[in-house]
Design a protein around this ligand. Structure first.
Ligand code: HEC
Ligand code: HEC
Length: 475
């Protein structure tokens, strides 16, 4: 795993890198004839330099890069895997550039202390006697949910052999590696998921082989608003499926355990009154049967997982941005009447407005037209008309939605001419409308006179609508 680069090549690369980095200003350390590049774990860091592979390097003129970003010498720690470029004479060296490499940073999802291995961001890491620890005493002190940073070398099985393991604070989630198998690759949107983490790789450096579902990769980037923004994607283990440790430690889902055991009395995890409680405090509450908690049967590991979940900062996962499909929101179209003006607007949501509308099947009632999103006009012919409307959004991807509608066109009720009906049916006995003795009579009064056969009125056959029209004319 050690990177041994031939002197000539290193000289060429480092010269150009160095000149590019310095822009001509400042004091440029001069490369000697003994230029070399060595990779490995830092054996010792002192005030004046670092020891790597039995060479003590002076670092006064060295530039330090960690995760591709300029860093200070004080950030270098024993056990970090680095590549040192500089000159070496015997056991003394002069570093001009120290690049830290091989780090993996993320949250521990499973630990198997007996086997000396754990999983972080989907990547299996093994520890050995050579591993140095920072912030924790050893793998026995490592908990699921802990945020760690790993230095090491990936072995032939794709497992990281840790040279250094640092416990980070939960806030150290800005620079990470995530490793795992690609699922749900969307090469157009440049995104996929690993371990339910959505990775977007818009401008990331990607391998020359096309990415594919099932491909094991190591992705470098940062977690931002619940999305892992990749800066570089590397094929993992020559593209072989990601190795699973054997036996696979089952990660305990503290949040789920909380949800089923505690949420009922102490609110949802995010708003729990017991945030920040330790495993010991929870155990004590169970032992003391606080509020009936004595009936809870959980293992020490499960209680620990709950405590971890209660300790974790509340992360509100940002929903994965999705292209909203277009949907036509108009539920139905109002009925129409022949001869009467009609106008109904169609509405849609999603995609990019404005939408362009069209009839893709069926016909509109004669007399109506679809213009923009509005169906309008004056229907001429009664009937029920079914048709399909399509809305197409204005995005380049052209999302469309279709919906079937029907418009019922009723024939206009013919106007009943009360005055004319009066003159044909009543004027003979009650005089002209204008001077009728029956003015102001209501439809009910007329109907009862007919029913009562007043003066032979029983022979009159009129519909209620016609009687009403006569009553209106008599007003
Ligand atoms: C049946 C209701 C109930 C359930 C279920 C329950 N608790 Fe409690 N718990 C209580 C009550 C009541 C108290 C005492 C009042 C208080 O402190 O809220 C208490 C006290 C505690 C305390 C000690 C007081 C404190 O604030 O430090 C802790 C810790 C605690 N619960 C955590 C949990 C956890 C974790 C779970 C799930 C494993 C859980 N409880 C499940 C009702 C419940
Ligand atoms: C064949 C003659 C005849 C015709 C036709 C006729 N009526 Fe009459 N109508 C009468 C007579 C007679 C009476 C009882 C005397 C009266 O009240 O004028 C009467 C009574 C009524 C009354 C009840 C009394 C009142 O003043 O409220 C109403 C109302 C009435 N007619 C309205 C009409 C209307 C409206 C028509 C036309 C649909 C009509 N009639 C047609 C002869 C007629």
């Amino acid at each position: 795993m050690k990177k041994i680069v031939s002197k000539g090549i290193v000289f060429g690369i480092m010269t150009s890198l160095f000149l590019a980095g310095c822009g001509g200003g400042g004091s440029s350390p001069v490369l000697t004839s003994a230029d070399s590049s060595k990779s490995g774990a830092v054996a010792k860091v002192s005030t004046s330099g670092v020891t790597l592979d039995n060479v003590d390097y002076s670092t006064n003129d060295a530039t330090v890069t960690i995760n591709g970003e300029p860093a200070s010498f004080s950030e270098l720690k024993t056990g970090m895997t680095v590549t040192i470029t500089g000159s070496v004479e015997g056991a003394k060296g002069k570093a001009i550039r120290i690049e830290r490499e091989g780090e993996l940073e993320g949250r521990v999802s499973a630990v198997d202390p007996a086997a000396g291995r754990f999983i972080v961001m989907g990547q299996t890491v093994v520890v050995s006697a050579a591993t140095t620890y920072d912030g924790l005493s050893g793998i026995g002190a490592l908990n699921v949910g802990a945020e760690v940073e790993v230095d090491g070398n990936t072995n032939a099985a794709g497992v990281i052999e840790a040279t250094r393991l640092e416990l980070k604070s939960a806030n150290d989630i800005n620079k990470r590696f995530i490793a795992g198998v690609i699922k749900g690759l969307d090469s157009a949107a440049r995104s996929f998921t690993i371990w339910n983490v959505t990775v977007t790789y818009g401008t990331a450096i990607v391998p020359t082989l096309p990415l594919a579902d099932g491909q094991a990769v190591l992705v470098r980037g940062a977690l931002k608003d619940g999305l892992f923004i990749a800066t570089k994607i590397m094929l993992s283990g020559s593209g072989a499926p990601h190795p699973t440790p054997n036996p696979t430690p089952t990660p305990l889902d503290g949040a789920a355990l909380y949800g089923s055991n505690c949420a009922g009395c102490h609110n949802l995890l995010a708003t729990s009154a017991k945030k920040g409680r330790s495993a010991a405090q929870i155990q004590a509450a169970i032992t003391a049967n606080r509020g009936g908690m004595g009936s809870i049967t959980l293992t020490t590991a499960e209680i620990q997982a709950i405590a971890t979940a209660l300790a974790a900062p509340v992360v509100t996962p940002t929903p994965t941005p999705v292209v909203t499909p277009v949907a036509i929101t108009t539920a139905s179209l109002a009925a129409a009447t022949t001869g009467s003006g009609y106008s109904q607007s169609l509405t849609a949501t999603g995609g990019a407005s404005p939408y362009s509308w069209s009839i893709t099947a069926g016909v509109l009632p004669p007399g109506l037209l679809l213009t923009g999103g509005t169906i309008s006009g004056t229907p001429t012919t009664a009937g029920s008309y079914s048709f399909t409307v399509q809305a197409v959004d204005s995005a380049t991807s052209k999302a469309t939605a279709s919906k079937s509608f029907s418009i019922l066109v009723s024939a206009a009720t013919p106007l009943i001419d009360g005055a004319a009906l009066y003159s044909t049916n009543c004027a003979g006995c009650h005089g002209l409308l204008a001077t009728s003795s029956k003015r102001t009579r209501s439809a009910a009064q007329i109907q009862s006179a007919i029913s009562g056969n007043r003066g032979g009125m029983g022979s009159i056959t009129l519909t209620p609508a016609e009687i009403a029209a006569i009553a209106t004319a008599l007003k």
